[in-house]
Design a protein around this ligand. Structure first.
Ligand SMILES: NC(=O)c1ccc[n+]([C@@H]2O[C@H](COP(=O)([O-])OP(=O)(O)OC[C@H]3O[C@@H](n4cnc5c(N)ncnc54)[C@H](OP(=O)(O)O)[C@@H]3O)[C@@H](O)[C@H]2O)c1
Length: 274
């Protein structure tokens, strides 16, 4: 999918990775709708990148309802949905409140799927579109303190794979982004919980993962969209681990429907069959 001239709906736009994505997409000539909750940083980012600010709380069902329709009424059809908003909860499950548990799943899993659900009919009708879900290596491997966050990201990766199977033969593409630790406030917060801090220190020392640079992540995500790749796994040294985790999904996909060709139309979904 070409990003030049494309309308991209980018969630979590003002965060570390989101802002880097917004800058990269602007460099590529995309028209970006920037979504987050807090208006001031959104307006500043819109000014800096030429994007359009759209304030919304993805954990609020009223705000989520009809969100894509409101964005499209304002800025035109969405060509690329880039579900990047996400948040961690770190600690033992019993350290979390019921509200924290619910919001983590709402933001990291329910909201991106709901936005996919809202945007897909228009994309299928127009015969073009791309769904990008930013997941995590924490959805591949288990890290102490990240049970809920990891579960939400594992769910998002799995759902993206399911959507890919459902959309096979259609002109709507999917990309699952599975990334390791990025130099960010999120990692700083995770580091405040001793067992998580020790686990990441150990894994970084062993060089099984490396600390990623947000601008580099953004450059690779945009390039993966442009190349129509199904997966982006960073850092590259951890990609085989994520690929192994994804192997049962790939085997099932091939067993159930054969090896995909780019233009196969054997499972073209239609709006009337859902
Ligand atoms: N940082 C890492 O090391 C890392 C590693 C792997 C994967 N990831 C994933 O990469 C993505 C971006 O991470 P990041 O480090 O850039 O996060 P971040 O800096 O904490 O930014 C989060 C973004 O999401 C927005 N947001 C938070 N809650 C929201 C809500 N309820 N409704 C709408 N927007 C909301 C925030 O803005 P407001 O607060 O103004 O709403 C902000 O723009 C996430 O999905 C994360 O899970 C990150």
């Amino acid at each position: 999918m070409r990003t030049t001239g494309a309308h991209v709906l980018l969630t979590g736009a003002t965060g570390t990775i989101g802002a880097a994505l917004a800058r990269r997409l602007a460099d590529r000539g995309a028209r970006v709708t920037l979504l987050a909750r807090t208006p001031a940083p959104l307006e500043a980012l819109a000014l800096a990148t030429g994007g359009t600010a759209f304030a919304a709380d993805l954990c609020d069902p009223a705000s989520l309802e009809g969100l894509v329709a409101r964005v499209e009424a304002q800025n035109g059809p969405v060509d690329v949905l880039l579900n990047n908003a996400g948040a961690e909860t770190t600690g033992l499950l019993t350290d979390l409140t019921a509200e924290q548990l619910r919001r983590t799943i709402d933001l990291n899993l329910t909201a991106p799927l709901e936005l996919c659900r809202q945007v897909m009919p228009g994309m299928l009708e127009r015969g073009s579109g791309h769904l990008v879900n930013v997941s995590s290596m924490a959805g591949v491997a288990t890290f102490p303190g990240l049970a809920v966050y990891g579960a939400s990201k594992a769910g998002l990766t799995h759902a993206t794979s399911g959507l890919r199977a459902d959309l096979r033969g259609s002109a709507v593409g999917t990309l699952a982004v599975e990334i390791g630790p990025v130099a960010s406030e999120m990692m700083d917060r995770i580091g405040l919980y001793g067992p998580s801090e020790a686990a990441f220190a150990r894994i970084l020392r062993a060089r099984l993962l490396t600390m990623l640079d947000p601008d580099d992540v953004a450059r690779r995500v945009v390039s993966a969209i442009e190349q129509g790749r199904a997966h982006l796994r960073l850092p590259r040294r951890a990609a085989p681990l994520a690929a192994v985790t994804g192997t049962p999904r790939a085997i099932a996909r091939i067993a159930l429907s054969g090896i995909a060709t780019r233009h196969s139309s054997d499972a073209l979904p239609s709006r009337t069959t859902r």
